[in-house]
Design a protein around this ligand. Sequence first.
Ligand code: UDP
Ligand code: MG
Length: 321
Amino acid sequence: MKDRKSHTLVLALVVPCYNEEEVLKETIRQLSAELKQLIHDEKISPKSFVKFVDDGSRDQTWDIIDSNAQENPLVKGLKLSKNEGHQNALLAGMASVEGKCDCMVSLDADLQQDPKAIARMLVKYHEGYEIVLGVRSDRASDTVFKKMTAEGYYRVMQLMGVELQFNHADYRLMSQRAVVFFLQFKERNLFIRGIVKLIGLKTTTVSFTSGERFAGESKYPLKKMLSFAWDGITSFSVLPLKFIMWTGFIIFVLSIVIGIHSLYIVLFTDEAVPGWASTVLPMYFMGGVQLLAIGILGEYIGKIYKETKGRPRFFVEEEIE
Ligand code: UDP
Ligand code: MG
C-alpha cells in the first residue's frame, strides 16, 4: 500500500490541449493557484505538478506551455508530433506521469470542469478509493442539443450493455496503481471512460458544477463527437452484430413461411399471377438489409485491422520534466 500521508502525496494533473492558446494562460494560472493552495494546506507534496499535453496544436499552445514551464516549476509539458485526438493525448499524458506521482487527475484545458473538485477527489483518495469519477451535477451551460445528445447517448450505451457513469466525462482521479492497470489496455480505439469501468478497484464519484468554456471554441465539433460516440459503441458492444444475426434469422423464417404460402397458391389455387411487387420489392429489401449488415461488419473488421497492425498510439516529440 502506498503511503497516503497527505504532505508527501505527489499529485499530477494531466491536461490535454488542442489549439487552446486563447484559454491556456488562464488555465495555467488557475491550476497553479489550485496546486499552490493544496500544497500550502499540506494536502499534497510540493513535488506535485501539472502536465500539459499539446496534442499537435497549430497555434501558440506549445510555446505557451514551454515558456511557462521555464519560470513555473509546477508546469510540465509533453508535445505530441501531431493531432491524435483527445483520448490519445490523455493516454500519452497518463503514460508520461506513470511512476512519477502517487495519483493523477485528468481534466480539460478549457476550465469547464471546476478545479475546486480536485480537493474533494483527494479526500476520497485518502478514504481509500483508487478511482474517483467527476460527475457533472448540471448541464446548464450546455446547449439543448449537446445536453440531449449526451444524455441520450448514455441511455443507448446502457441498452447496449456498456457500463458507463452517467454524466462523467474525463475528469477523474486515478491512483498510481489504477494508472498502471489502465496502461495495460493496448487498444487503439480508445474510449477511456469505458475502460476505466473495466479496471475495477475501489471507485466512487464526486460531483461538480460545470461552467462555460473560459475562452476559445469547442475542439469537439459534431463530426468528432459522432465518431467518438460510434467508437464507444463499436469498441465496447457486440450488440450491433447480434442485431444483424437476429434480423437475418427473422427474415429467413419469414421467407420460408412466404415460400410455403406461394407453393400452396401454385399447387392448390389458380390465382398465381406473377407480380412485379413480389419480385422487385424483396430484391430491394434484401439488398438494403445486406448492405446494412456488411456495413456494420465492416466497422468491426476495420477495428480488427487497426488493432492487428499494432501501430504506436503516439510519439513524444519533446518533454519538459
Ligand atoms: N482536445 C485534444 N485533442 C483534440 C480535441 C480536443 O486534446 O483533438 C482537448 C481540448 O483541448 C480540451 C479537451 O480535449 O482540453 C476537451 O475538448 P473540448 O473542451 O473542446 O470539448 P467539449 O467540452 O466541447 O466537449
Ligand atoms: Mg470543453
